[in-house]
Design a protein around this ligand. Structure first.
Ligand SMILES: [Zn+2]
Length: 187
């Protein structure tokens, strides 16, 4: 770890060369792999809410949602029809990032409503992507060297450390030879 550029990119080096790492994308990847495991067995993680979260939909979305409630259950979210086009969340996995629960479930609902066909693996991928994005550090956030090092180590331990769950690149690298070429130290 060498430093951080504009609170957004980590700069790192090793024997092979120089790396620019998008910290949000890196954190998202680390979180994605964590949550993907979690969503593999969501049922035993569901926590009943003392204060259910209420969600409102348009009448047509509400009708469609009633037929697709079982998909939420597959992701550990217990959503109940609460009359009209109102629904309430009575339980969700305890490991949802705090303060982001309602927004996550709203985005899950948007996705469940927009998909033509849903299957379990698509649901698991989509839920993990949504939750990992919400749980990740943003751009323009200063990291201590320890935090940055931990992030880089966790990224290195990922199964797929090169792209974020949305498919964007996590890092750009320059080999020592690339740098020498850029500066015309070699031809
Ligand atoms: Zn992403």
């Amino acid at each position: 770890m060498i430093g951080q550029h504009h609170g957004t990119y980590l700069i790192a080096q090793n024997e092979q060369g120089l790396y620019l790492i998008d910290q949000h994308a890196a954190h998202e990847r680390v979180n994605y792999e964590y949550y993907y495991e979690k969503f593999g067995h969501p049922a035993d993680a569901s926590q009943e809410l003392l204060l259910p979260i209420t969600l409102e939909f348009t009448p047509s979305d509400g009708a469609k949602l009633q037929e697709r409630l079982h998909w939420f259950e597959q992701a550990g979210v217990i959503l109940e029809h609460f009359g009209g086009s109102t629904f309430r969340v009575v339980a969700h996995p305890y490991w949802f990032p705090q303060g982001e629960e309602a927004e996550i479930i709203e985005e899950m609902a948007e996705w469940v409503l927009s998909e033509r066909t849903i299957d379990l693996s698509k649901l698991r991928e989509k839920s993990s992507t949504l939750v990992s994005c919400k749980a990740s550090i943003k751009a323009n956030q200063k990291l201590t060297p320890e935090e940055a090092n931990t992030l880089i180590q966790r990224l290195a331990a990922c199964k797929q450390p090169y792209t974020c769950p949305h498919g964007r690149p996590i890092l750009v690298s320059f080999s020592t030879y690339d740098l020498e070429k850029l500066f015309k130290r070699v031809m």
